[in-house]
Design a protein around this ligand. Structure first.
Ligand SMILES: Cc1cc2nc3c(=O)[nH]c(=O)nc-3n(C[C@H](O)[C@H](O)[C@H](O)COP(=O)(O)OP(=O)(O)OC[C@H]3O[C@@H](n4cnc5c(N)ncnc54)[C@H](O)[C@@H]3O)c2cc1C
Length: 331
């Protein structure tokens, strides 16, 4: 068991590293607990074009910069440290448990991120590396498919929004949905159908259809489709497959400690990122309302670390409603 810490951050992805930089630079005793190695979801990506300040950077390169910046100010990153349990102590501090270690801290910032929900079909893992043709993020990767033919899979709000975005880049987009109706809001559906019905539209729909395999030599060349009503199957040629079937937050270990939404995201006030447990903030892709982007995850980490000071100065602030009386920069 270590001495009392000021700030324990769970997860060394972009949100956790952003929080660590700010907390450590303000001379708070800061430890980041990471179950694998620092980096989070972006670590395997070799091209990022939408992180402000960098024309192009790869995931490992960006993470190295974030990590070095945070540790240069004194943040300690502990790898292979999976957090399994948290406990609010009678004195207001928070105990954080890993396999063999226990940490006690005045503040905890939860940043365990999310994973894209996978289709679970043959070929999905094989073509997941950057450039091989599978993506889970249209906002991130659509520009790489300029002039190409792609398939988009899903039927919810994100799927429709991301597919419409893709259609601004790819030559031809085919949206595959397993049902014959969409779950997306009516407004989005109207936008989708209006685009599909444009003369010479580059966007078409295949409903009541599922993908059963993704195929190719070294990169995606086709997707195996099955019509769930007729049973008919076909190999559908394409250069890329975008999978938009949801996110799975890494919050199982938090059940019963903080309040989670029905789909497992951590509930918080989206201004100061406070959870229902005093002293426990949240940042990044694991929270309700997250934009699921690198820059916003880092921004969340910064907000949580800034707001931590407000709480440490006056713990009763925790229960104050989000207020326009809090002067910008007044902390
Ligand atoms: C292939 C790919 C490409 C992407 N490309 C882009 C892009 O170009 N631009 C963009 O803006 N966004 C992109 N994204 C999205 C971006 O990576 C995420 O929005 C961002 O990583 C979220 O950061 P985070 O810190 O909230 O979570 P994560 O990155 O998920 O990091 C969470 C960290 O917490 C750790 N962790 C989880 N549970 C525990 C636990 N119990 N104990 C200890 N540690 C734990 C995880 O191991 C992980 O390291 C991409 C995502 C992927 C997968």
């Amino acid at each position: 068991m270590s001495d009392l810490l000021d700030c324990v951050i769970i997860g060394a992805g972009p949100a956790g590293l952003g929080a660590a930089l700010y907390a450590a630079r303000d001379r708070f005793k800061t430890v980041v607990l990471e179950k694998f190695i620092p980096g989070g979801q972006i670590i395997n990506t070799d091209r990022i074009e939408n992180y402000p300040g960098f024309d192009k950077i790869d995931g490992p390169g960006l993470i190295e910069k974030l990590r070095n910046q945070a540790t240069s100010f004194g943040a300690e990153i502990k790898t292979s440290s999976e957090v399994t349990k948290l406990e609010k102590l009678n004195d207001g501090n928070i105990a954080v448990y890993c396999d063999t270690d226990k940490y006690v801290s005045r503040v905890v910032i939860l940043a365990p991120g999310s994973d894209y929900r996978k289709l679970g079909v043959p070929g999905e893992d094989e073509f997941r590396s950057a450039g091989a043709g599978i993506s889970y993020c249209g906002t991130c990767d659509a520009p790489f498919f300029k002039g190409k033919q792609v398939v988009a899979i899903g039927g919810g709000n994100t799927a429709v929004e991301e597919t419409l975005h893709l259609a601004r880049f790819a030559d031809k987009v085919t949206m595959i949905h397993r049902r014959d109706e969409f779950r997306a809001t009516r407004v989005l559906q109207e936008e989708l159908f209006s685009k599909v019905n444009e003369p010479d539209s580059n966007l078409s729909l295949k409903l009541s259809t599922v993908a059963t395999a993704i195929r190719g030599e070294g990169k995606v060349e086709s997707v195996r489709l099955k019509n769930v009503k007729t049973g008919d199957q076909e190999d559908y040629p394409c250069d890329g497959v975008f999978i938009f079937i949801g996110m799975v937050p890494n919050t199982g270990f938090l059940k019963g400690f903080v309040e989670l939404s029905d789909n497992g995201f951590i509930k918080c006030d989206c201004a100061y990122l406070r959870t229902g447990v005093p002293g426990v903030f949240v940042a990044g892709d694991c929270r309700v309302g997250a934009a699921m982007q690198l820059a916003t995850a880092v921004g969340d980490g910064v907000i949580a670390a800034m707001m931590m000071k407000q709480y440490l100065r006056d713990p009763s602030w925790w229960n104050e409603p989000v207020s326009d009386l809090l002067q910008p920069g007044g902390w």
